[in-house]
Ligand binder design. Sequence first.
Ligand code: SAH
Length: 502
Amino acid sequence: MKQGMVYITGAGPGDEGLITVAGLKSIKNAQVLVYDRLAGAGLVAQAPEDCEKIYVGKESSNHTMTQDEINRLLYEKAKEGHIVTRLKGGDPYVFGRGGEEALYLEERGISYEVIPGITSGIGGLAYTGIPITHRDHASSFHIITGHLKDEDRELDWETLAKLKGTLVFYMGMAQLETIAQSLMEYGMDKTTPVALVQWATTFHQRSVTGNLENIMETAKKEKISSPVLIVVGKVVELKDKLNFFERKPLRGKRVLVTRARAQNSKLSERIRGLGGETVEFPMIHVEKSTDTPAFRTVLKQLGSYDWLVFTSQNGVEFFFDSLFENGFDVRKIGKAKIAVIGNATSDALKKYGIRADLIPEHFVAESLLTALSSQLKDTDQVLLLQAEGSRPVLKDGLEICCMVDSVDVYRTVRENAWEEGDLVDYLKNNRMDAITLTSSSTATYLWEALKGKEELLDGIPLISIGPVTSQTMKELGFPVAKEADPHNIDGLITALLEGVKA
Ligand code: SAH
């Protein structure tokens, strides 16, 4: 039988972007993914749909699966011939029991590879503004377990208290008092700076500072709980200056993103880049609608149009896809000039080697109509390539000055990738700091998904991409907290920054 393989992969400290290229590849190729609490949910979601995903837990007191059971699971899945990825927080060999898992597989003749990750004690500190070494403050660092079975006998406090380098204790929250007391007892200065970093590099990251003498009090007051890194040493003093991450404008904010999944990622990435967390409930997806006699007729006479008009990136992509599918390529558009709404639409065109001839200043149909009308002769033929059910503004307006055909190239349908009631449950159980709405249909489907429980949105700022979406929102009874201007992702991000809950 085909032998399987195990990748023991480090996920990095929390921020999904901090996994290695090799690590991410091992997730994308996994047939079985075995992961624990500190491996980010976003990374788990990168595994293929048909990959078997097994959560093996581990909150220090509440082990979901024992280490023996995990070892055996890895062994058995590999023995069955699967490609198994064992995803662990940070680096697999830093207090991650990765060594035990590798040995277990080695002894049983199972192939494995270890993919290192950024350990939280280094990467997590960087996101807190604490360089683990610094020429003026620390010329070594020491990573120490704070998971002490036999209180003070386990560690050589006398030696630790003498060290001049940075000390980082993992798994030490329950023993914070013992750690601070022991270091002072063995001679470390009670004013030595200490930082506690909770959920480092993630959206929940929090950090506090103090010194050996008062850190316990601060921890209690601030209710700091696991997972936490305890950092002892002079480098902690740099935190206030270098703490770039906790200064990000959307830090700690959770934003609901409702766009179609294919377009969500850009928006979500921008929000995460600003320190926010995104929760994706795509309300819509788009599908091609060119398998129609009308579209085939248009194809035949494509060379005769003077202008093609695209109102969205989807329109561009579905149109050129369909052109190819029908055995043609871009040359088929002949002499036609091209008008578009929005930068994203003109960028989509560039992928086909085409420059838009006209992009109106404002990204709405009315603005395009004004700009285009001034260039048209009454003998000109214009083709509108739009979504099913588009507003008639363009067609009606252009018909006054020239000949217009319009054909649907795609349609927007309600997304059904998540279960009914999921969103309601989510909003009941989680705080939400803003919701972005990027089209009339996302607003309409949001309303439908709430099923009469619109009160769940009370107090949550709703951010609209533009006037058309805002209008639909008003009709649905949704208050518009902010409207984007320009009506694109840049504008939406600006509106979000202004409108997000304080
Ligand atoms: N292999 C991991 C460590 C696993 S032990 C690594 O290399 O980072 C678990 C301990 O790691 C936690 O108790 C906590 O002390 C620390 N830890 C891991 N990720 C953390 C994070 N994002 N924020 C704070 N502490 C973290």
